[in-house]
Ligand binder design. Structure first.
Ligand code: OGA
Ligand code: MN
Length: 218
């Protein structure tokens, strides 16, 4: 059942280094993404009510104040303890296996966190990995917001490259939309929204002992 979706991601990654899967894509009539997304939305709303979402950082040495100028989201790392979180981790493990078999990517592990952006929150233009400095290979974002309207803001902007400001893709954070891209290739940015905005950001990594570097901080 997941094969058409996994094939789509595989083909788009191969051609563009970037794969976008949207819930109402006629070429992908029955993906499990919206089914998986509903319980994950319930889960992140509960975590928010229980005050279990923490301010996100951007690196070990940066001060809290500096972080606030770069990103404002609150996060919670997923584990297999919660059934909805486990369903997502299992699904991504299947995708990992598919991409390793077909594209020989050598993906070793997957880690991901929920993110909550309050109205006005943003994440400035950044890359998730820098060549030679990280074992993050592939970035993923799943969106958890039903009925998101263009006026709500909060788009993900994916830039073509570091130098230019040309926007390659502009995505609304619509429930069930999944974007996957090569972590070292694409600078990207989260624009401020005027609604609460929920997502799961994740990264497939190489084995750190293979890349012979200390893992960068989460
Ligand atoms: C990130 C990120 C994008 C998004 O957390 O690194 O770029 O749309 N998130 O939530
Ligand atoms: Mn990012």
């Amino acid at each position: 059942m997941n094969t058409p979706l996994f094939r789509h991601i595989e083909e788009q990654l191969l051609c563009n280094g970037l794969a976008i899967c949207q819930p109402f894509d006629l070429q992908l009539p029955s993906t499990p993404l919206s089914e998986l997304s509903h319980p994950l939305r319930t889960r992140v709303l509960n975590l928010g009510e229980q005050k279990k979402l923490q301010l996100a950082g951007t690196g070990r040495e940066q001060s809290h104040q500096l972080n606030r100028q770069i990103r404002r989201d609150r996060i919670h790392w997923l584990t297999a303890q919660d059934p909805a979180e486990k369903a997502w981790l299992d699904f991504m493990a299947q995708l990992q296996q598919h991409l390793n078999r077909t594209l020989l990517l050598g993906l070793f592990s997957y880690e991901c966190h929920f993110a909550h952006y309050q109205p006005g929150d943003f994440y400035q233009k950044h890359k998730d990995a820098f060549s030679g400095q990280s074992n993050r290979i592939l970035s993923t974002v799943l969106y958890l917001n039903p009925d998101w309207q263009p006026d709500d803001g909060g788009e993900l902007l994916i830039y073509s490259d570091e130098e230019s400001d040309s926007v390659r893709s502009r995505l609304l954070p619509q429930l069930g939309t999944l974007v996957t891209f090569l972590s070292e290739e694409f600078p990207h940015e989260v624009l401020a929204a005027n609604r609460h905005r929920y997502s799961i950001a994740g990264w497939f990594r190489l084995n750190s002992s293979v890349s012979n570097r200390v893992d960068p901080p989460r």
